[in-house]
Design a protein around this ligand. Structure first.
Ligand SMILES: [Zn+2]
Length: 420
């Protein structure tokens, strides 16, 4: 069955390569059959075979955009860290909280204690909330287990979510998030556990496409990061990196040298790092919610764009430094904090974000692409992001079907309903 929308006031294809051009078509039409788009263009050029039974949106103030791609999340974890938020509000730093046994280590304790079923139920609810905001594709990292069994537990949650929902889930193994407390006196053994046990298991079971390392003081050194990522590459896991979040540790240069598909955070990356990313074709991922929560100087997207580095925008959704799963909010912040235009922000969470995940059939509205889309009742993306992404999308399509049909809200049992 072919479905068509016509006289859509504005449609952003997000094709092309100019960061500030979101591919606007005024008075647009789009047709799709099953999961795939078959035609996009001005309504005046809509072929007659797609026109019968078209939904006519004449006179409606709205725009249509590709389904959003959140290319950096830590979706599944045990518990929250609102207590630490209150401490940070009183002036404690991220490093001070981590040194006192809080931070990532506290989430690791709660994640290890949580059953796979519980992690699945909570993550599934979160995913449904993200879908309602127009997100159709989510990258999900492990990294709160930090044992072979607990990392595999998180990655199995992601595999189940991908199989049981219409969301496209892309999994990343982040066993190298921090050195777990039991290994702080012999960290080399933890690196060996990753390279000799965890990564081979993940690759053998097909549980992830990417391997990520947090290179930072208090996490992993550049040399350790290189060892882990090279081991992952030999197993077919493509590198990603969390780098230069708290200081310029040469992480962007490392990302270029190991051939990472993306380098994420980059709050403190300097001109040498930007030039290295440009030469190696690495996508820069900005995470403005994390910069905001940590009161960090945010990445300035303009030197990246000037150097030809594509800039993606993601939430970094996690219980510590970015406990907000709203990608539209991150887009508004990217405009305010990262100095991206609304068009560049939208491209950063569609076409560029898909590139950061090596996906070719999402992130644009074009023939043969998956019909993931959102319809927002605002005049254009400028009005929408200027208003901090208000209102939420009025309609969302996932694989050609509307949200309520494609991904019904979970009624679940009482425990699921009360999980926060
Ligand atoms: Zn992250």
């Amino acid at each position: 069955v072919i479905q068509t929308l016509k006289h859509v006031a504005r449609l952003y294809t997000c094709t092309g390569s100019d960061p500030d051009d979101a591919g606007l078509i005024a008075d647009a039409a789009i047709a799709w059959e099953g999961e795939r788009i078959c035609w996009v263009g001005p309504t005046a050029a809509l072929p007659v075979e797609f026109d019968h039974a078209a939904t006519d949106l004449s006179g409606k103030v709205c725009f249509l955009a590709p389904g959003l791609v959140d290319c950096h999340t830590h979706l599944a974890f045990g518990g929250w860290r609102a207590d630490e938020f209150a401490l940070r509000c009183r002036g404690a730093t991220y490093q001070e909280i981590a040194a006192a046994g809080g931070g990532i280590a506290s989430t690791v304790r709660k994640t290890r204690a949580a059953a796979e079923e519980e992690l699945y139920a909570v993550a599934r609810r979160r995913l449904r909330q993200m879908a309602a905001l127009g997100v159709g594709t989510v990258e999900c990292k492990s990294g709160y287990g930090l044992t072979v069994a607990d990392e595999l537990k998180l990655l199995r949650v992601y595999r189940r979510l991908g199989a049981s929902t219409p969301m496209r889930i892309v999994s990343t193994v982040l066993g190298a998030h921090v050195v777990p407390p039991e290994y702080t006196q012999h960290r080399g053994d933890y690196v060996s556990l990753l390279t000799e046990e965890l990564l081979p298991r993940v690759a053998a079971e097909g549980l992830a496409e990417f391997c990520d390392v947090f290179v930072e003081d208090g996490a992993f050194t550049s040399a350790e990061g290189r060892t882990i990522l090279e081991a992952g590459k030999r197993l077919g896991l493509r590198p990603k990196l969390h780098v230069d979040q708290l200081h310029d540790g040469g992480g962007a240069v490392l990302a270029a040298e190991v051939g990472a598909i993306s380098a994420d955070h980059l709050e403190y990356t300097g001109p040498t790092g930007i030039a290295a990313l440009a030469r190696a074709g690495v996508v820069a991922v900005t995470l403005p919610l994390a910069s905001l929560y940590l009161r960090q100087p945010p990445l300035d997207a303009r030197p990246y764009q000037a150097a030809g580095v594509p800039v993606a925008v993601a939430t970094d959704f996690n219980p510590g430094t970015a406990p907000c799963h709203s990608l539209p909010t991150a887009l508004a912040l990217a405009c305010i904090m990262n100095r991206m235009t609304p068009a560049a922000a939208l491209r950063g969470a569609t076409q560029v974000a898909a590139r950061a995940l090596a996906l070719h059939d999402v992130g644009t509205l074009a023939p043969r692409q998956r019909m993931n889309a959102l319809l927002v009742e605002a005049p254009d993306v400028e009005h929408w992001l200027y208003r901090l992404a208000d209102p939420p999308p009025a309609r969302v399509w996932l694989g050609g079907r509307e949200l309520a049909e494609a991904f019904p809200e979970d009624r679940g049992d009482a425990q699921t309903r009360t999980a926060f």
